[in-house]
Design a protein around this ligand. Structure first.
Ligand code: 6PG
Length: 249
């Protein structure tokens, strides 16, 4: 696990865009295919907009790119809170990604059905087409909530314990809602995970997430991420409670 601190939000967005291009290039050069997971929330908007600019976009082989989502809210596809809609508005509508290579969670359906459908879609792509037992995404872009949730794996919810399914419907009592989310088996099988975390309101949870829990019962959802390469891109305010400004463990 490593992290790096950038002086401004813009510099952090640029760092994510740069990593996105680097990992996409590595994947398409070696396998003619780049599989990525995007998250929602507010934080990645500027980075997504940057990836859509010519400077970054033309370095990406969109015809070999396949986009999935970490989680989705229980809202219609065109709702302002829909995670995929946000990524389409900021990035995907502005690049030559073939539509069949964009895999949205069908959140217009009840959460259980949307989760079953997404699991089936992922199985068809990763197992049926690529022969993988479990998806091994080249890159997952994740965020973290102030309570330590990642994707829609919220503290205390049932989905945290899922060992088999790749996608589940997760009841989130603290938000009085349901979400559809990827689970740890698939998150932890990813080749690269990049967290983008910005702003002072995330400083305390960043410090907690980057400090191993004293006791397993103190673990927050972010502590359970154990993929091969996990990197955190932070701006100064988000990193303000950390000791060093850059570190690799
Ligand atoms: C979502 C997410 C979620 C998000 C964090 C951070 O649907 O909200 O995918 O895991 O990354 O909640 O959200 P912000 O970037 O808005 O703080």
């Amino acid at each position: 696990m490593s992290y790096r601190v950038y002086p401004t939000r813009g510099a952090a967005a640029r760092a994510l865009a740069t990593e996105f291009v680097r990992i996409a290039d590595k994947a398409t050069s070696s396998r003619d295919r780049f599989t990525a997971v995007l998250s929602g929330g507010n934080t990645p908007r500027d980075a997504y907009r940057l990836i859509a600019t010519d400077e970054f976009s033309r370095q990406i082989k969109w015809s070999q790119t396949y986009i999935f989502w970490s989680d989705e809210r229980a809202v219609p596809l065109d709702h302002a809170d829909n995670n995929a809609r946000m990524a389409k508005d900021t990035l995907l509508n502005h690049v030559p990604l073939p539509l069949p290579q964009l895999f949205r969670i069908q959140s217009q359906h009840p959460p259980q059905q949307a989760a079953d459908d997404y699991q089936a879609t992922m199985q068809k792509f990763f197992t049926g087409r690529l022969g993988m037992k479990i998806p091994k995404f080249d890159l997952m872009v994740l965020g973290i909530g102030a309570d330590g949730h990642i994707a829609s794996l919220f503290p205390g919810t049932l989905a945290l314990a899922e060992k088999d399914r790749w996608v589940v419907a997760n009841e989130v009592p603290q938000l009085d809602t349901w979400r559809v989310t990827l689970t740890y088996p698939v998150i932890n099988a990813a080749t690269n995970i990049i967290f983008l975390v910005l702003g002072e309101e995330k400083a305390a949870i960043v410090k907690r997430a980057l400090t191993p829990p004293a006791d397993p019962s103190d673990a927050i959802p972010a502590h359970l991420v154990r993929a091969a390469n996990v990197h955190w891109i932070l701006d100064k305010p988000a990193a303000s409670l950390l000791e060093g400004q850059s570190q690799t463990n």
